[in-house]
Ligand binder design. Sequence first.
Ligand SMILES: Nc1ncnc2c1ncn2[C@@H]1O[C@H](COP(=O)(O)OP(=O)(O)O)[C@@H](O)[C@H]1O
Ligand SMILES: [Mg+2]
Length: 360
Amino acid sequence: MKIKLENISMKFGDLYAVRNISLSVAKGEYLTVLGPSGCGKTTLIKVISGIWKPTEGRVTVDGEDVTDIPMEDRDTGYVFQNIALFPNMTIRDNVGYSPRVKDMAQDEVDDISKGHLELVKMFDRAGMFPSELSGGEQQKVAIARALASGSKMLMLDEPLSALDARVRVELRYEIRRLVKKLGITVLHVTHDQEEAMSVSDRIILMRAGGIQEVGTPLDMYRSPKSIFAAYFIGETNLMECTVSGKTRTGKITVRLRGGQAVRASKSDLEVGDPAVISVRPENVYAAKDGLKAEIIGVVFMGTYWKIRTLAETTDYIDYNVSSNDEVPKKGDRVYLVFNKKATKVFARPEEGLEEAIKLE
Ligand SMILES: Nc1ncnc2c1ncn2[C@@H]1O[C@H](COP(=O)(O)OP(=O)(O)O)[C@@H](O)[C@H]1O
Ligand SMILES: [Mg+2]
């Protein structure tokens, strides 16, 4: 199913929970709506699925305007954060619920239920009740139930948030594998940027009711178009600076707060412009020469050490050291260099850096 939103707004009293959003979702696409808590993700997905009618704007599905059609009359599977299986029904009957209320014959209902439980590898639990399953297993059943409605569109609102870390990661891949196999269009809401990056074809990054940025996970990570996206997706070091040089091909040099020159990637900014650079920890290295910094913290992350430094520019700069390597110590002095291709330059917003990354 192909979904199109045109100028969607949703108001609660005077508050715009969602403001003027337009976007298209391709058939079979796995699209994630990502953003901080309270930015309007749930409101948006409820409007798209017909649980709420938008204050303004239109929703079309496969070219048909469905704005005024309520959820129950649409062909959408919906899975909430809080797993809502019917506690007094077996797993088989939970998954067969939608076909049954459509008055299908019992054989047919059982067939559909069996098929969908097999898809999520839960058929061996068909006779059990929800309380006899773990959270992750219940969530798989909830997804099977949503799909058993025959829906070609699945709406997932924080489907994994209530689960243990390991189950959450496994289930991510499981859901993606399943929907890709079935060719289903997915809208998945999450506040977890790692989850969004690992399952999506495309991410919609929301902020304060609007769309901040749209792109593939790789593009958004490597080439964010805004300071907010650079900050919200992955980890990054942000430093205030001023553009001090520009080559004919548009490559930028900036001066940091202490006056040190740093080379960065291409940008439209001009010499003299106030700027901010963003460089991710994996693109910062300790070297023989560079920006002077003192190590003020070392955290063991398993595959790497996360090293926090205070640089002579007065910026905190983090970098990573493989846990196979010798670990630097707190108090050590280091020289930091940045991978210039991966050092992104943004115009410094007038409201200041703090405002540019505020989550609300
Ligand atoms: N039913 C409602 N009535 C009034 N305000 C609401 C309602 N639902 C959500 N809001 C408000 O709309 C904003 C966005 O909420 P929501 O869409 O739930 O955010 P998210 O899912 O991104 O955390 C919040 O400020 C929230 O308080
Ligand atoms: Mg929500």
